[in-house]
Design a protein around this ligand. Structure first.
Ligand code: ZN
Length: 158
């Protein structure tokens, strides 16, 4: 496993639509493991493959309940709305206020290419929407209500 370099805003990779994954190859397995390690190293709650320069539809998410690997994720249903702070490992030191659904139901395939249907609310719903946007080449900075703000770091960050 290896920590990969996270692409920063302005990198063309972050604006491209990603391709579906058809089968789990050793390379995809390695990508998934590297993405988890990269996400944890950066203290993120989610990471999408284009953020490490790979244009494939795979994301990893951990909102505090353990890592979740989502391959070819697709929203099936959304409900409600939440408006709150959102950040991105590709836009370090910044955050913005973004409205997202409060609830999402989605399908995806796991690391063994088994089809799963999952649902969640609040931070998890926000993370799923944020990461699926990455797979479409979209970033949250285009969805903020009032632009980007600087993060005020707490003492033991960094
Ligand atoms: Zn992001």
């Amino acid at each position: 496993m290896a920590v990969r370099n996270i692409r920063q805003i302005g990198d063309g990779m972050l604006k491209k639509k990603c391709r579906e994954i058809k089968e789990i190859t050793p390379r995809i397995k390695e990508l998934i493991e590297d993405m988890k390690e990269t996400m944890y190293e950066a203290n993120g709650v989610g990471l999408a493959a284009p953020q490490v320069g790979v244009l494939k539809r795979v994301v990893v998410i951990d909102v505090g309940e353990g890592p979740l690997v989502l391959i070819n994720p697709r929203l099936l249903e959304t409900a409600g709305e939440q408006t709150g702070e959102e950040g991105c490992l590709s836009v370090p030191g910044k955050y913005g206020i973004v409205s997202r659904p409060m609830y999402v139901k989605f399908e995806a395939w796991n690391e063994n290419m088994e089809h799963v249907v999952l649902e969640g609310e609040e931070l998890f719903a926000r993370a799923v929407c944020h990461e699926i946007d990455h797979l479409e080449g979209q970033m949250y900075v285009e969805k903020t209500v009032d632009g980007l703000h600087d993060v005020e770091y707490e003492e033991d960050d960094e």
